[in-house]
Write a new protein. Structure first.
Length: 347
């Protein structure tokens, strides 16, 4: 590879290739034959390291396993604190069991314009995929059983974690059984779209947008998330949770049998504010828990910040209060507050 020019295509032969680490040149393509495995043997940090800032690299059809990326890095490394790759494609790969002895790392750490498509990202030490980048597409992947060793607290590990992205699209993934949240955008994400995903049986939130800005969360199926006993009885553990963020629109989702339904919360997180939340046209099935808004600080009152729910259909359990707005509310009290005036409530 070092002797080859930019734009070269390499075929990785069937078999196990041990402790290989590639620093690709721009335009290079790496294609695995069936059964081609890159095995870091829990020693080599990176399978593909983008420190050359190569652009347009393609990685396809490989099993990438047992690399040892440092904490918050990935076996495929698209960025560090000083550089980011451009327009890489990672597709049709199995990326698994990447871990550092003391705890660290994920399957793929994103670069700008990266496409992560149709991969199986499972049993990685911290996240399946994550990072801080612009114009990223994460599509058609199965993302499961990450943070499987429970080395990391579940509030810093799980299926995914995206930070300070712009133009992020997370579409048509199956995200399940992760020890932590399933799909998580945290700190400064703007203009994200999360759509068409199936998000099931993650220990914490199914989908969580935290300390961020405009996002659309639509047409997802979100089931059986949030049953981590460490979460307590507040609105954490929701199928969809918007935390201290402005401009979120949540619609067309099926949110079923999670610890809580669809929730917005406000805590003291600097200048971050839960405002202009628009939750509409969802189907929410709750045998327990709450949908609604909770919290507030001396700096900011989320109950007077254009946070709205309407045209949602609720399937509720037995008699009880299933809504939060400062305190627990019946559906009649919820509607009297101006919420879901055009909603449907079924028991």
């Amino acid at each position: 590879m070092n002797a080859s020019p930019t734009g070269t295509t390499f075929t990785i032969a069937t078999g196990t290739h041990r402790r290989q680490s590639v620093i690709p040149k721009s335009g290079m393509t790496f294609v695995g034959e069936p059964g081609a495995v890159l095995d870091g043997e829990l020693i080599t940090p990176y399978a593909f390291n983008g420190r050359s800032k190569a652009a347009g690299v393609k990685i396809r059809g490989l099993k990438i396993t047992r690399y040892a990326p440092p904490h918050q890095d990935g076996a495929i490394l698209g960025q560090d604190g000083k550089w980011k790759t451009q327009n890489w494609v990672v597709e049709d790969c199995e990326i698994s069991y990447n871990q550092l002895a003391g705890g660290g790392g994920m399957g793929v750490k994103l670069g700008n314009g990266m496409i992560v498509r149709n991969n199986h990202l499972h049993h990685n030490d911290q996240y399946g995929v994550g990072g801080a980048a612009a114009d990223v597409l994460v599509e058609g992947n199965e993302i499961s059983f990450n943070n499987w060793r429970n080395v990391h607290p579940r509030h810093v590990a799980g299926g995914t974690k995206f930070v300070a992205t712009t133009g992020l699209v997370v579409r048509d993934n199956y995200v399940h059984d992760n020890e932590g949240s399933g799909i998580w955008t945290d700190i400064g994400n703007q203009g994200a779209l999360i759509e068409g995903n199936r998000v099931e049986k993650n220990q914490r939130q199914g989908i969580m947008h935290e300390i961020g800005h405009e996002i659309v969360i639509r047409n997802n199926v979100v089931r059986n998330n949030g049953f981590d006993p460490d979460l307590g009885n507040w609105l954490y553990g929701a199928g969809i949770l918007i935390a201290h963020s402005d401009g979120a629109e949540v619609y067309g989702n099926l949110v079923e049998d999670n610890w809580n339904g669809i929730a917005g919360i406000q805590q003291n997180r600097g200048d971050s504010q839960l405002r202009d939340l628009w939750v509409h046209d969802n189907t929410i099935r709750m045998k327990r828990g709450f949908t609604g808004v909770a919290g507030g600080t001396s700096r900011f009152d989320p109950y007077n910040a254009n946070n709205r729910f309407d045209r949602n259909t609720y399937y509720l359990g037995g008699a009880g209060k299933y809504f939060k707005w400062k305190k627990s509310r019946t559906e009649q009290e919820w509607r009297s507050l101006g919420m879901d005036r055009n909603g449907t409530f079924l028991r």
